[in-house]
Design a protein around this ligand. Structure first.
Ligand SMILES: Cc1cc2nc3c(=O)[nH]c(=O)nc-3n(C[C@H](O)[C@H](O)[C@H](O)COP(=O)(O)OP(=O)(O)OC[C@H]3O[C@@H](n4cnc5c(N)ncnc54)[C@H](O)[C@@H]3O)c2cc1C
Length: 418
């Protein structure tokens, strides 16, 4: 904090501990005992790490701390860290956003967007010891990962990518350019998509885990909203990727890309829920203590009704998101026989959830700032940092309209049953 103007008696209550107390009052009713215990462990971890976070430093110094507890991701089982699954991942993202929303953004890119493809690879029978080593390094937080899908001319239209792959005897050569690579400037590993034939991307897409030393170049983009996260313009110029690093070849890259999208979107929903709850709770704490016209400002209906409205929306969004995660766990991730109907439903609902929650992060932060007044745009509270991160939530993982595009496509299918 550069210059303090917030009153001491309010500042001493604006703590992560109090955020969790109010969160638990609203959250635990949604959870079973195993999930409650998992949240309590997470909260203990966050409360211990919180005083050690130096906001003048990049978030990457904190990755090994997450890795020690198996918190780089929790969808998949890694080492003996339990419990795991989609709902646990959502709860992880939620809590880490309460702790540090920029750390959570970078963690999701490394642990889920880059890490998940390694789990999918082994799930589908892959055996490369190189990939096993990469997975361990990413999960322990010792190394940083990123995902390279978006290109300068292929954003929402990601499938029609132009990054060109060429097969050689012992691997694949990549040539192309990617943008918005979250963690890119710091990354050791790049989960990268390219195609053998740009006129047939679905049939020829390749997914590879590329090491920086193979020749990847990155330039950092200036993105003011998240200064502690590095986001890159990434170049692959005749980058030779040995066969051991190819996760999905000859069109398999396309199915792996789509396999990753659902957990990725649900993961982003978890981060978004954390932003919503944290901003709202800081708003509740502050307006319960700040006095004007002889009383606490939260007593004025103009303030209190607005926060009540947000609470109703965030509770509803939380219920929807937890249902989606639970159904994904029960009928897809842990199911002996995956339910096709559930897979389809979760694919749709993950877009609905991503659309709803990421938009709600923005609305919540904006509204809370209006209700808290001037203090909320200073660095005396965390709310302005949450507002900045909320800008990214809407665009990362597919912009708002692309979620609506996916949802609309599903609506169009109903014509067939009329
Ligand atoms: C901070 C940040 C981090 C990111 N991290 C990563 C990352 O780690 N890896 C990665 O690969 N990508 C990443 N992205 C890229 C992100 O997924 C893209 O920005 C997103 O997919 C949209 O692409 P675009 O920005 O090129 O927009 P465009 O596709 O050019 O879209 C421009 C506008 O047109 C709309 N639009 C496009 N097509 C349609 C349509 N058919 N119907 C209606 N509206 C449409 C869009 O919604 C948008 O409003 C990140 C982006 C940002 C900003």
């Amino acid at each position: 904090m550069q210059e303090k103007i917030i009153a001491d008696h309010i500042l001493e209550k604006m703590t992560l501990d109090n955020v969790f107390n109010i969160l638990n009052d609203n959250l635990f009713a949604f959870l079973n005992q195993e999930e409650i215990d998992y949240c309590k462990d997470l909260q203990e971890f966050c409360l211990e790490l919180d005083p050690k976070i130096d906001k003048t430093k990049d978030v990457y110094v904190l990755f090994p701390e997450l890795g020690k507890k198996g918190y780089m991701q929790r969808i998949n089982k890694w080492k003996d860290f339990t419990p795991y699954g989609m709902k646990k991942e959502m709860l992880l993202g939620l809590h880490l956003s309460c702790l540090d929303s920029q750390l959570e953004l970078a963690r999701l890119a490394s642990g889920i967007l880059c890490g998940n493809p390694t789990f999918h690879y082994f799930h589908h029978g892959g055996e490369s010891p190189e990939v096993a080593k990469i997975q361990d390094e990413l999960m322990s937080g010792q190394k940083v990962g990123c995902i390279c899908i978006t290109e300068p001319e292929r954003g929402s239209d990601a499938v029609n990518m132009t990054t060109q792959c060429m097969k050689i005897d012992d691997g694949v050569i990549y040539n192309g350019e990617k943008v918005f690579t979250t963690n890119g400037p710091k990354a050791d590993y790049f989960a990268t998509y390219g195609v053998y034939d740009t006129s047939n991307p679905r049939g020829t897409m390749v997914q590879a885990m590329i090491k920086r030393e193979m020749g990847v170049k990155t330039n950092r983009l200036t993105i003011n909203a998240v200064p502690r996260v590095h986001i890159a313009h990434t170049f692959f110029e005749n980058v030779k990727v040995p066969a051991d690093y190819i996760l999905g070849d000859d069109g398999m890259g396309y199915s792996r890309l789509f396999e990753g999208l659902v957990p990725e979107r649900l993961g982003i929903v978890g981060s978004g829920l954390g932003i919503c709850w944290t901003a709202l709770i800081y708003g509740i704490i502050y307006t319960n203590l700040r006095r004007q016209f002889g009383q606490e400002v939260g007593n004025f209906q103009g303030v209190g009704f607005s926060l009540a409205d947000l609470l109703s929306q965030i509770s509803s969004a939380t219920a929807l998101s937890f249902s989606a995660a639970t159904i994904y766990d029960e009928k897809v991730l842990f199911a002996e026989k995956k339910s096709g109907a559930a897979e389809k439903w979760v694919a749709g609902i993950s877009s609905q959830g991503k659309y709803l929650v990421s938009k709600l992060t923005h609305k919540t932060c904006y509204t809370v700032q209006q209700q808290m007044g001037g203090i909320s745009v200073t660095d005396n509270t965390l709310v302005d940092e949450l507002t900045d991160t909320s800008k990214i939530e809407e665009v990362i993982g597919g912009a708002r309209n692309i979620q609506l595009f996916i949802i609309q496509n599903a609506l169009r299918r109903y014509k067939k049953i009329l």
